[in-house]
Design a binder for this molecule. Sequence first.
Ligand code: PBG
Length: 327
Amino acid sequence: MAIYPAKRLRRLRYNPIVRDLIRETILHKSDLIYPLFVRHGNNIKNEIKSMPGVYQFSIDKLVDECKELVELGIPAIILFGIPEHKDEHGSEAYSPDGIIQQAVRAIKAEVKDLLVITDVCLCEYTSHGHCGVLDGENILNDETVSLLAKEAVTHAEAGADMIAPSDMMDGRVVSIRKALDYKGFQHIPIMSYAVKYASGFYGPFREAAESTPSFGDRRSHQMDIANTNEAIREAESDIEEGADIIMVKPAGAYLDVIHRVKEKFGMPTAAYQVSGEYSMIKAAGRLGWIDEHRVIEESLIAIKRAGADMILTYFAKEAAKMIDSRK
Ligand code: PBG
């Protein structure tokens, strides 16, 4: 192997065309999944205070937004719903006429060529804001799992293309798989939020989805931020239970986890660049403290470089435009 002065790593960095030739990681539009929030009503497009450029849409406006995404070349969305009424069991989550079920039907009727993924959880729908059915302050795992399976089936019946359980209950992937298969949805993939940490980075999402827990936190089911061996165990059990795509969330502060999970299992791997990651970049960009576009690109490349095949990101529209302007 050559050493200096024969070896000069700068040799391949002088010419931009050579830099392009040797680039190892390239972001494509086909990597992007755009999260969207939908609520009841008409003609609503409410900006989320802590997430400039991100909105809660009523279904009519959501459909317009989806058409714009297709124009931009964004291939997929993931939907989050804000119900009309919340109750102890989060019943709108699994109602055939819930907000997500209505939204999916409307999108499928009017928008072609857009993959519709639905988030499956109860926290947006429960009056207490927790991800499941409570007994006192304890979330009942198995009772919650059967409601999640019901929720997933109603999403598939409405026309969802992919189901993404984000609740972190034990055994939900196998239960959802069985419920979908029983109803004839063997072909619908499950993207499981397999490795989801109890993270402070979800703060702005909870404003967007109106899902802040009324007491306590989510540490009894989401993972301890300090652990990665446990991440492997989480991913492994979701794969055994039948997950088709596994997700790590958040993304930017957990690149080591994305890398380990991808190396270990070689599964299609998604990473969720979450609300707080978005808000921090937006805020610093607005203050003029960082070059926003540059940092958006860098954050997404880093996630892909770590091993993610696809990225759920609120920057999808900006990223698609940046990709278009790339020579
Ligand atoms: C739960 C869910 C959450 C997010 C996605 N699905 C919130 C939570 O676990 O509290 C967070 C996404 C983000 O912060 O952008 N349904």
